[in-house]
Design a protein around this ligand. Sequence first.
Ligand code: ZN
Length: 877
Amino acid sequence: MKDVTPQTVYLKDYRVPDFLIDNTDLVFDLREEHCRVTSSLRIRRNPDSATQLAPLVLDGGCAVDLQWVEIDGRRLGSDGYARSENSLTIAELPDSCVVTTEVLIKPHLNTSMMGLYRSRTLYCTQCEAEGFRDITFYLDRPDVMSEFTAKLIADRQRYPVLLSNGNAIDQGTMEDGRHFVVWHDPFKKPAYLFALVAGDLSSVEDSFVTLSGREIKLQIFVEEKDLNKCDHAMLSLKNAMRWDEQTYGREYDLGRFMIVAVDDFNMGAMENKGLNIFNTSAVLANPDTTTDAAFQRVEGIVAHEYFHNWSGNRVTCRDWFQLSLKEGFTVYRDAQFSADMNSAVVKRIEDVVYLRTHQFAEDAGPMSHPVQPDSYMEINNFYTLTVYEKGAEVVAMIHNLLGDKTFRQGSDLYFSRHDGQAVTIEEFVSAMEAVSGLDLQQFRLWYKQSGTPVVEVQSNYDAQAKTYQLQFKQSCPDTPGQTHKKPFLIPIKLGLVAADGQDLPLNSHGDRSLVISLTEQTQTVLFENIQQAPVPSLLRGFSAPVRLNYPYSSAQLAHLMANDSDGFNRWDAGQTLSFSVMQRLIEEALDQRELEVSSQLIEVFDGLLSDHSLDPAMLNLMLQLPSEAQLHERADIIHVQAIHRARQFARRSIAQALQSKLLETYKRLTEQRDYAPVADQIGRRALRNSVLGYLMLLEEIGPELAWQQFNSATNMADKAAALNALVNCAAAQDYAQQALQAFEQQYAQETLAMNLWLQIQATNSQPNGLDRIKALMEHSAFSINNPNKVRSLMGAFCSSNPINFHNPEGSGYQFLQQQIIQLNALNPQVAARLVTALTRWKKFPEPNRQLMRDALQLIASKQDLVKDLREIVSKSL
Ligand SMILES: [Zn+2]
């Protein structure tokens, strides 16, 4: 595959399709050496098209080997059509007809994991965004929706299970040891939601009775050895189905819902109609092999893909510029679900940390783009944090502006108005406007303007007049292609906290928390009858995806940490305090001065550890210093060594000062109950393992504790945390080696556990990291063909081991550049994800800056670079 001259696609060039496809009948004859695909498309001219004489141009990738074409059963000669590298054009066509093609494809040679490919012994598909064109010729765009029938034929022994979307309507055996199943999906859908699976799979079955009393068959298909790892996904699915009925009034439509787990998969999972295909890492879970974080990820992803049945499938996107229509909304829905299933404030804090660390960095980098981009070279590069996570924040703001009841009316209207249609983000916002009567004109800028807005706040208390004034000033930095941005509509939820810790009444209604809508560049809000100078609690619950700055004193932050009625802001006050302490330490490290941690931070942590009334999950979050990645995001210039050293020093100082309380907390939280992946236990384990992390900095205590925990752990959450602690501790290297070996022996047959083993070593911050990575690439647990393994080893090293990856010799960059060039031919999507570790070179000091740039230029100079990489590399340079 090569893309000589990648074309840029623009939103403004959108035109309706010239043809529509009412029915799509497919026959897949699967053989070991190839797959023969016969496709019959009942097509007609689109009455809405402006060009009624346009030829039919079907998309089809270069690996699709055309055998013949028929129109209404009449075979065309080679002069009847034109095949180019990416299309098939048929010039003369009746206004409605059946176009039949037969093609050969070679799934076993397909390493891109788009289209139809092999994962171990399975055949499976991934068609979003544009993979269907690598299976057969088609109008591969989401606004062409068709009724699909698929007949799958394969060897009965090797592929006893044959699945596609919808309902199985026929099946039978053939004389040559082969068999077939015919699937029909009564719901019209775009090709990106088509799916096919063939293999030797076992299944776990269950059922769900919908609100209207229909019984739905639920099936999770896995390899037989993994049958004991499906319970959590099944439970999560049933919870999600019930929740979507209760919260959004959405009921499942088909008679069965299937999930298939595959090992080789570029993403987390895919919402194909009635037949979700999942990365094994997003479905399999078992206490012995799966961490708490992975259990929660399974719950979230199962729900996310299920929710797409309405927000994505029943109502889909008109074109790929509307991707956030389905993704932003569905991420918002799955976040609400996870908040309801677990602790809402903990979920909110985790999501905001993720957004601030990674999406804010994307917003400030060379690939910065709006939630609704206006152009792309390769759509796969726009499955981004901005489209997903910031898109979800935008939906959350709409929800907060409308209130619960009206937001539900808005989503009901959106679903009923557009059921069965392919629509735009504009249609979603319009439905919300229609039910609320609000004017969301200015609000729409959140979809169009890129970059993270900054809100500066000043206050003034007038003791005579008893008034308190807040002055807001908003701005948004320039981003590629966008300067001089207009003011956003920014909802700021706030309260004023009095000296006694209570929220003051803010108006004559006695409201103690309010949402102020900033609409101007500068805006002043005045509160009357304020009897004392309060501490402002701003942006409660992170009510908008902005950076907000207010000149808090340390004492004010400590006051908010102790008293704020908003749990998110209690935590955030602590973060602001930690950031300022870290900032000073980083400066001291850069100036080669002696480092000293402020006693205030130690006091705050002391207070937290002494307060046994705090929810362990919350306490765990409050004890976290900002990660190195967060410090990188906040820095103007990223001084990797100084940041690493400052953070380690702060952690060690906390551990030394609070040794006995940390140890007491660790012991107090030792779990007596049987393992369960439930919020309360997960919070306790997370806290205990964080405390262990601090204790590891005390050489005489930590290594023994972690070694004991490793050997006595009854679940993977505790075992992996202990292994990680040992591996990262200079004083525990003997134990670390023994533990790594024991782990390897125990889990050699468990792919996902071995990926974790790779990942823990990849993020090991001890010296000589790159040598360890290179050695692990030779290990049988690694394969460059498997995306999960590439992410666990190379991905984790480049993104989460800064001290080793950004070594001043540049060997980390050279290594990554070589891997990317290898992956260029193998798997463009995985390569494109990895390269982002180099794209922010402008933020690094010399010599790293130049070395990163050199690595990017070497990639850019490669002749046959796929367009996924071409786009990112050229925008970064
Ligand atoms: Zn999604």
